[in-house]
Design a binder for this molecule. Structure first.
Ligand code: ADP
Length: 479
């Protein structure tokens, strides 16, 4: 089977979050199921720099006023179709934000173009390669299924995956006229309280909707998590699937990870100590017995970072230490810096994005904190499980699905892999932290939890199989 994946991020080329990891790892995992994936990704500078010699597969002189080329190249096992449109993607900032952190004013056009070209390829624009199905990711690619419905690819099945319902791609309805869609598509598919919602366009047009964990698939049917689109989701509930993300087990493997000071396995956990010392040194923390908690996260309300800021003094008072790596809201960055200022050698904060350091933290910290208010899947707790870094997580979405709480029953059955807390408040988090610190005090129990976590199946194996089954079903059924 041939699948076109359409995404605005792709590890290892361009990443702002979990979407990139999934878009980069799933095609590799699907190879085992004889599914050939080509991935359409924008030609940002970071992509254009590394692709080297690429073959031009499509040239369109004017789409939405931009000259567009599609270049095909293989990169680290991925078959890429790079959308080379310098007028829209050759920018010095990030994929969505300019250097000052503001949204590009023409994001509506940039990602409409990505989707439009996805639909063109679905309709056979690339000579000699015709996909059987299209898989679009998040709002940035969400118009692809809609454009397909209004093209020669109208009968082809499509899947849209929601990685985070909070990001919907809403724009002024005045732009609709510029999207090259037939008039009725506005009310039928896109209209959201008088605006245009790209995500809604995908949710109403795709053959199937997936989200990245079973719990989140249920949660988005409720007003609290559905972010205003719960009604749309409810109308498609028969086509809704929750498939938990896996991780790329070759990139995230403590036995071979070159970014660790010392490699280790569950059988040689003691060697983690060298990584722990390295983390303590890097963050300027005392290298004493108290547990090192770490955070690798966007510093945002969604991630519960304000709750963490409230609980930091308690971590320190209970003998714990904290290493924070993240960027995000200015106020939360300031709160983290202030905590580091208050707690010399007990709290270390690095404001920034550092993929390499994140590996060392997973391989050295004793526990990772993920106090998200909502979490479609979450990847950091999955890396943590594999690295024997015990996850302390809010009981929500993918966190609830992937971490087994160390309650009495689970501990008795030797099944526990971490700590879940609820309610998701500062007090709930404090309670979770207290439990984690108590467990850490029992070295034997703590090692048991670490080892059990390292045994968890966090690979793409089962999840890739579920995607493969879904694709097969949709292709057999036709749209
Ligand atoms: P989200 O996609 O909502 O941000 P996920 O947990 O699904 O959350 O994925 C986040 C990804 O980004 C993980 O791979 C995590 O390690 C990485 N990440 C987040 N912040 C940083 C950071 N400051 N430095 C390095 N990696 C980070």
């Amino acid at each position: 089977m041939k699948v076109l994946s359409v995404t605005s991020e792709l590890y290892p080329l361009v990443k702002t979050g979990g979407l990139a990891d999934v878009a980069g790892a799933l095609p590799l995992a699907l190879k085992a199921h004889e599914i050939e994936v080509k991935t359409l990704v924008p030609g940002y500078p970071a992509v254009m720099r590394v692709i080297g010699k690429a073959e031009e597969r499509l040239h369109l002189p004017d789409v939405f006023g931009a000259e567009v080329r599609v270049l095909e190249v293989e990169h680290e096992g991925l078959d890429l179709l790079v959308l080379d449109a310098p007028a829209l993607f050759d920018r010095t900032g990030g994929p969505y934000l300019d250097q000052n952190g503001a949204d590009y004013g023409d994001n509506w056009k940039r990602f409409a173009l990505l989707s439009k070209i996805g639909a063109e390829i679905a309709a056979g624009a690339i000579e000699g390669w015709q996909p059987d199905l299209v898989h679009a990711h998040d709002w940035q690619a969400a118009l692809t299924p809609l454009y397909m419905r209004h093209s020669a690819a109208a009968g082809m099945p499509s899947v849209i995956t929601i990685h985070n319902m909070a990001f919907q791609g809403q724009f002024s309805s005045e732009l609709f006229a510029q999207l090259s869609l037939p008039g009725p598509a506005y009310m039928e598919s896109l209209e959201y309280y008088g605006r245009v919602s790209y995500l809604k366009g995908g949710l109403t047009s795709a053959s199937a909707i997936t989200t990245v964990s079973p719990s989140y698939a249920e949660e988005i049917l409720t007003p609290e998590f559905g972010m205003g689109l719960e009604g749309v989701i409810a109308s498609r509930v028969g086509d809704l699937y929750g498939i938990v993300n896996g991780i790329d087990a070759s990139v995230w493997n403590p036995a071979s990870d070159p970014l660790l000071v010392e490699n280790y396995t569950a059988a040689s956990l003691r060697k983690r100590a060298a990584n722990r010392t390295a983390v303590a040194n890097h963050f300027g923390l005392d290298d004493d017995d108290g547990p090192i908690f770490c955070v690798v996260s966007r510093l945002t309300w969604q991630k519960g970072m304000d709750l963490l800021a409230e609980a930091i003094d308690d971590i320190v008072a209970a003998g714990g230490k904290l290493a924070v790596l993240g960027t995000g809201d200015a106020a939360l960055e300031a709160a983290m810096r202030a905590a580091a200022g208050r707690h010399n050698r007990r709290v270390g904060v690095i404001i920034g994005y550092d993929e390499q350091l994140s590996h060392l933290m997973q391989g050295g910290a004793d526990a990772i904190l993920v106090p998200s208010r909502f979490e479609p899947c979450g990847l950091t707790q999955l890396y943590a499980l594999r690295y024997g870094c015990v996850p302390v997580v809010a009981r929500t979405g993918g966190l609830a699905d992937t971490v087994i709480d160390a309650n009495e029953a689970a501990l008795g059955a030797r099944a526990a892999t971490g700590v879940q807390f609820s309610p998701i408040t500062a007090d709930g988090l404090r309670q979770g932290l207290r439990r984690a610190i108590r467990l850490y005090g029992d070295a034997k129990l703590w090692t048991q939890i670490q080892k059990q976590g390292m045994k968890s199946d966090v690979s793409w194996g089962k999840s890739a199989e579920r995607y493969a089954e879904l694709y097969q079903r949709l292709v057999q059924k036709g749209h």
